[in-house]
Design a protein around this ligand. Structure first.
Ligand SMILES: Cc1ncc(COP(=O)(O)O)c(C=O)c1O
Length: 391
């Protein structure tokens, strides 16, 4: 089908969601996608922060194919070898205090369950989250989302949510008390414009949580699964070694097959009884095969080491781009700050067949490339920003 036809049918039959780019993606390999018109695009947005292993990584594709031949699905009503492997592997790569995994299907669902687990663990209801944070669009997650217009879209909001200022410990101290179940945050606020906080902030949060018996939840839907060069932000040097009680994951975890997860410590899991939590699809065999293969591919291809090296290269090369005033983020979660609104830059790049992301900060262009992206592919971005090379 030609692009115009696909566009017309989608517009006619699909409910409005995001503002779309004017391309229809048909195939993908590594950091590249090909469109219905046979045009090749460099995808530095990684299929919306999802394709950490690159598009259709052969190891992941093979694992999905093999699993599909065996059995597509059975729920947590039965045991499963591939689910056992996925849970064991995730706990093995997680910070030391994490001992168990709960599987679901998306980022918002992981956050909903994390907040519920915190309420089970504490018997309290109040949740502190932050200015600029985004946690998803289901009722509890959107109520914890204080970025822009989102919270209002979820009205009536779930009661018990309060907002502190990201990076400001005093604002957290004012709200934290013995009625607080959880502090929930994106350790790097992606959609806000890749906003960071220093390790001292995370150390302070841990102290506040410990003083009041509050559960600390890191929403690592974007920062998790190798994105920063570490498997997780929790426990890393960026967090000052601080470990969250619950880490929520989605996006990259299944390389594009929908998977969400909460990784939890004993303090959290010991309060959860049979039937307190559940989901039909969470932990299904196809999703678990994708999860195991994703983690294996990241390990086998040394993608965490790669993305750390690519980040250094990118930072160095961005010094050549006059309009860039600052570079934010870690590893493969990068915010390029321009002196002015970067929407025209985003469009110029798209015209030169390079996909990047915007953010809620008009001056910040976001990159969330596959963790396997090559330095030479980053060079194509620099050339395009400087308007060199073939257009
Ligand atoms: C940090 C963060 N948390 C949660 C979500 C929600 O994830 P999902 O869209 O899978 O529900 C997102 C989605 O962009 C996110 O970036």
């Amino acid at each position: 089908m030609k692009f115009e036809e696909i566009e017309q049918i989608e517009e006619q039959y699909q409910v409005e969601t995001y503002a779309k780019m004017n391309i229809a993606v048909e195939t993908g390999r590594g950091a590249w996608v090909w469109t219905s018109e046979g045009e090749k695009y460099l995808d530095l947005y990684g299929g919306h922060a999802v394709c950490a292993t690159g598009h259709s990584h052969p190891h992941v594709v093979r694992a999905i194919q093999e699993q599909a031949e065996k059995v597509l699905f059975y729920s947590n009503l039965v045991y499963s070898e591939i689910r056992a492997k996925a849970a064991e592997k995730l706990v093995a790569i997680a910070p030391e205090s994490i001992t168990k995994a709960f599987f679901c299907n998306s980022g918002t669902e992981a956050n909903e369950n994390a907040m519920r687990m915190a309420r089970f663990a504490t018997g309290r209801e109040k949740i502190i989250s932050f200015t600029g944070g985004f946690h998803g669009r289901s009722a509890d997650s959107i109520s914890a989302t204080f970025l822009g217009k989102y919270r209002d879209l979820g009205k009536p909001n779930v009661p018990g949510h309060v907002c502190a200022e990201f990076g400001n410990l005093d604002s957290v101290r004012e709200l934290a008390d013995d009625q607080t179940a959880a502090i929930l945050l994106e350790p790097i606020q992606s959609m806000a414009g890749v906003t960071e906080a220093p390790p001292e902030f995370f150390k302070g949060l841990r102290e506040i949580c410990d003083a009041h018996g509050i559960v600390l939840i890191f929403d690592e839907v974007q920062t998790g699964v190798g994105r920063t060069g570490n498997w997780f932000f929790s426990g890393s040097e960026f967090a000052g070694g601080v470990e969250a009680d619950i880490i929520t994951l989605a996006k990259s975890l299944g390389s594009g097959v929908p998977v969400g997860a909460c990784l939890v410590n004993d303090k959290v899991s010991r309060n959860i009884k049979t039937n307190d939590l559940g989901t039909t699809f969470g932990g299904g065999m196809l999703a678990m095969a994708a999860t195991v293969a994703t983690l294996e591919a990241i390990e086998k291809d040394r993608m965490r080491e790669n993305i750390a090296a690519v980040e250094s290269h990118l930072r160095e090369r961005l010094k050549e781009v006059e309009e860039v005033v600052a570079v934010h983020g870690k590893g493969g979660l990068i915010g390029i700050e321009f002196a002015d609104n970067c929407k025209p830059v985003h469009q110029k790049l798209l015209d030169r067949r390079i996909i990047t992301g915007t953010s809620s900060n008009p001056k910040i262009l976001r990159l969330l490339p596959p963790l396997s992206v090559k330095k030479e592919e980053i060079d194509l971005l620099i050339d395009a920003l400087n308007e060199r090379g073939a257009g």
